[in-house]
Design a protein around this ligand. Structure first.
Ligand code: HEM
Length: 509
């Protein structure tokens, strides 16, 4: 007791010692509570309001709006949309964290009420079968060349303006429909109906629905979407059921030259009545894979949405950038004249000998990634870059701002179209766009990356090469080239491209 009293007396004589001891105890307690699992903070971001959070900022959730937010708050930004956490990665290092280090936890896809309903409760699956599309894309190139040629007027050197953007989008859809449904269904009879339905799907996918963010309001359908959702899905059901029935009646064995994607999938259709013997091909999946009609409809939608606007937008942007930058247009034309000559058309075999063409494709996809925001969802709580990402958060990767990051892309030149940066000796020589380099992610990376990179690039390179090789291009007299972009599921040009072609080849078009 005596010794305790002595210690107390001693301490009271030195109040500073007491203060230091108290502070050390507090710091120790804080550290222990952290180590025991108090989660790190959410990423920085604009202050949310009660209940609605940052919903009033919904209009800023575009690639440009989010890039501006990232300039203010950093490479990882947090927003609260009603009950939904939204986290946006906008720098290469945060993109790497999301798509590589945490790929396992962050590769779910969020489904809004509209997406879940329109994909038959997510009955679709990653696209995996594009043999026919591959063949048909050659036809696309031929059609574009023919259409451009036809639009050139009949007196050779006329100054006819070609609606090149419209042509590219129209033919890209045509190719997909023909690859999917052949000439019996979508390619012929149902193409127009399908196109109108898919436009409505696209609008519904992007439509704001308060029920997605404040779920207890969903039943009120305040945005009046339920009727439109039911009508759109019923319409698609009707058309695709008719196409499937036509294919069942008039079956072409899978693997046959004339078989289309529906023929191939019908081999796996399991509705208890289909004769499985129609399929050829000897695929090892036969006997194990079973598809419902809903699966088939979902896959068709993956195919149509994944493969039309993306490729068309990439080609249209490449043409626009080349028109905007005659030096690069002429350099590409010189490469084509050297490697291919002017007395025959570019073929698939030429592509690997055209490094500047590949650089033009990469530079276009860097500045104008057709899908500017990757949309993922956290399947579990995790920590990214020292910040908490709660389970169920929507995790966006702003591929558009990653591709323009001044630290990764030569400072002030980051926003310029400069394909030579990818050429031997250029600052970005060796950078790859298939998901291995996190400063260039037009196809995403990791397990949700685009399954059709090879096809997308092939189509883009071949069409651009054919158009630039066969024609000189100029902006129509008196017009100014508008380089603005729009925002939806993809980021196409705000204004469709128009241009004046002048033939260059000495062979027949
Ligand atoms: C230049 C052309 C293309 C570009 C830039 C592109 C880009 C992308 C991107 C960025 C994603 C999402 C990656 C992620 O979330 O991490 C994606 C997914 C997808 N793409 Fe592409 N794409 C192109 C062409 C195509 C084509 C031609 C098809 C099919 C015919 C296709 C089918 C798909 C499908 C089915 C998915 C979903 C994959 C999944 O969720 O697992 N894409 N694409």
């Amino acid at each position: 007791m005596a010794s305790y009293g002595a210690v107390a007396d001693y301490l009271l004589q030195d109040p500073w010692l007491v203060i230091w001891l108290a502070m050390a105890t507090l710091a120790f307690a804080l550290l222990r509570s952290r180590r025991r699992g108090a989660p790190p903070p959410l990423p920085p971001g604009p202050r949310p309001l009660p209940i609605i959070g940052n919903l009033l900022m919904m209009g800023q959730l575009t690639h440009r709006g989010l890039a501006a937010m990232s300039a203010r708050y950093g490479g990882l930004v947090h927003l609260r949309m009603g009950r939904v956490h939204v986290v946006v990665a906008s720098s290469p290092e945060h993109a790497r964290e999301v798509l590589q280090a945490h790929d396992g936890e962050l590769s779910n896809r969020p489904a809004s009420i509209a997406i879940a309903y329109l994909t038959y409760g997510r009955a679709d699956m990653a696209f995996s079968h594009y043999g026919h599309f591959w063949r048909q894309s050659t036809n696309l190139v031929r059609s574009i060349a023919a259409a451009v040629n036809a639009g050139d007027g009949d007196d050779g050197g006329s100054e006819a303006v070609v609606e090149i953007g419209e042509l590219i989008f129209g033919l890209s859809k045509d190719v997909i429909f023909r690859a999917a449904f052949g000439t019996r269904g979508g390619g012929g009879g149902h193409g127009g109906e399908l196109e109108i339905l898919l436009q409505e799907f696209s609008r519904l996918f992007g439509a704001f629905n308060i029920g997605d963010f404040i779920p207890w309001l969903a039943w009120l359908d305040l945005n009046g979407l339920n009727g439109r959702l039911r009508a759109a899905r019923a319409g698609l059901d009707d058309v695709i059921d008719r196409i499937i029935d036509e294919h069942v009646r008039d079956a072409t064995p899978a693997g046959d030259e004339d078989a289309d994607m529906v023929d191939d999938m019908l081999v796996f259709l399991d509705e208890g009545g289909r004769d499985e013997s129609g399929g050829g091909g000897g695929d090892e999946l036969q006997g194990t894979l079973r598809l419902t009609r809903d699966n088939i409809k979902g896959i068709i939608m993956d195919f149509v949405f994944g493969g039309t606007e993306t490729v068309a937008s990439a080609i249209e942007w490449a043409m626009a950038e080349l028109l905007h930058s005659p030096t690069n247009l002429h350099r590409l034309q010189a490469e084509l004249a050297d490697v291919v000559g002017l007395n025959r058309h570019v073929t698939e075999d030429d592509l690997d000998k055209l490094p500047f063409l590949k650089s033009v494709a990469m530079e276009t996809l860097r500045l104008h990634p057709p899908i500017p925001l990757l949309l993922h969802e956290a399947s579990t709580d995790c920590v990214v870059g020292g910040y908490s990402i709660p389970k169920g958060s929507r995790v966006l990767v702003n591929v558009w701002s990653v591709g323009r990051d001044p630290a990764a892309w030569n400072g002030a030149g980051a926003g310029e179209f400069f394909p030579a940066r990818f050429m031997p000796g250029g600052e970005a020589e060796g950078v790859d766009l298939r998901g291995g380099c996190f400063e260039l992610l037009p196809f995403g990376s990791g397990r949700r990356a685009c399954p059709a990179v090879v096809l997308g690039l092939y189509e883009m390179e071949l069409v651009v090469a054919r158009l630039v090789h066969a024609f000189d291009w100029a902006v129509p007299a008196g017009e100014v080239l508008d380089m603005g972009d729009g925002f939806g599921l993809t980021a196409p040009r705000a204004v469709r491209l128009r241009a004046v072609p002048t033939p260059r080849l000495t062979c027949e078009m």
